[in-house]
Ligand binder design. Structure first.
Ligand SMILES: NC(=O)c1ccc[n+]([C@@H]2O[C@H](COP(=O)([O-])OP(=O)(O)OC[C@H]3O[C@@H](n4cnc5c(N)ncnc54)[C@H](OP(=O)(O)O)[C@@H]3O)[C@@H](O)[C@H]2O)c1
Length: 234
């Protein structure tokens, strides 16, 4: 069970390019962190060498696995204080009239369904304890769309709408729900796919993680329903 001071932080997609920095920043401030990601990614979290970080292998597109994950956290720690919904991903390049329906559906599943399922099931223990913080990953493309960003832009706009709806529902329970809108984060995958870009202008994962840490803190109690740009110079 958790001690009185430590917070229980659940991070979906915590083994990814942005997620690892978020895991680290919460662990470093003494929180107990549960990472939910694919089994193959466990070693990336283990390699951080942080004893208060646990890994749960689950497919967050599957509602029964999401429910089981929340139960596992409650059994181990007794609470869920913070949910950071990092799972998401990008595909673009085709106009709507040429967009494969499978790509469209994959973007909605990866960016919106995963966020919805975790926000739905993590909110329940937060309501019971009458405190919580939910931070979702939208993207700049969810607010300022470009041609050929298709399913990704629509899904991230959906994450912003989900954030606003749930923030209103959870206000009476002292639970805030916010989204961040990254531009391009300086991850190894982005460097590999855009080798000639100006990496120095991209926000660092740790800089994004600091914004999330603030939104999860008591100092951010007045902020709920926001979509916060984290573009830096990018
Ligand atoms: N990177 C950017 O420049 C950027 C910009 C704007 C917004 N964002 C948003 O920021 C978030 C993080 O991006 P990122 O670059 O860190 O992504 P990432 O490196 O792909 O990390 C996402 C993690 O989630 C995992 N995951 C995907 N589907 C899952 C599922 N069904 N069940 C369990 N785990 C699953 C991924 O595993 P697999 O890789 O094995 O699928 C990966 O480990 C995303 O929501 C993304 O849309 C990123």
């Amino acid at each position: 069970m958790a001690t009185a001071q430590e917070r229980i932080v659940l991070i979906s997609g915590g083994a990814g390019g942005a997620g690892l920095a978020i895991v680290q920043i919460f662990a470093e401030q003494g929180d107990r962190v549960f990472v939910i990601d694919r089994a193959v990614a466990e070693h990336r979290v283990t390699e951080l060498g942080l004893h208060q970080v646990s890994f749960i292998a689950a497919d967050v597109f599957d509602e029964s696995q999401v429910e089981a994950t929340i139960k596992q956290v409650l059994d181990a720690a007794g609470r869920v204080d913070v949910l950071v919904n990092v799972v998401g991903g990008y595909a673009a390049g085709q106009p709507i009239h040429e967009l494969e329906t499978a790509t469209w559906e994959n973007m909605l599943e990866l960016n919106l369904r995963a966020t919805f399922l975790l926000a739905k099931h993590a909110a329940r223990p937060m309501i019971a304890q009458r405190w919580g913080r939910i931070i979702n990953f939208a993207a700049r493309a969810g607010r300022t769309t470009d041609a050929t960003t298709g399913g990704y832009a629509v899904a991230k706009a959906g994450v912003l709408a989900l954030t606003e709806v749930q923030s209103k529902e959870l206000l009476p329970y002292h639970i805030t729900v916010n989204a961040i809108l990254p531009s391009i984060i300086d991850t190894p995958a982005n460097r590999a796919s855009m080798p000639n870009a100006h990496f120095d202008r991209w926000p660092q994962p740790v800089e994004v993680a600091r914004v999330i840490r603030f939104l999860a803190s008591d100092d951010a109690v007045l902020i709920s329903g926001a979509g916060i740009p984290v573009y830096g110079q990018g």
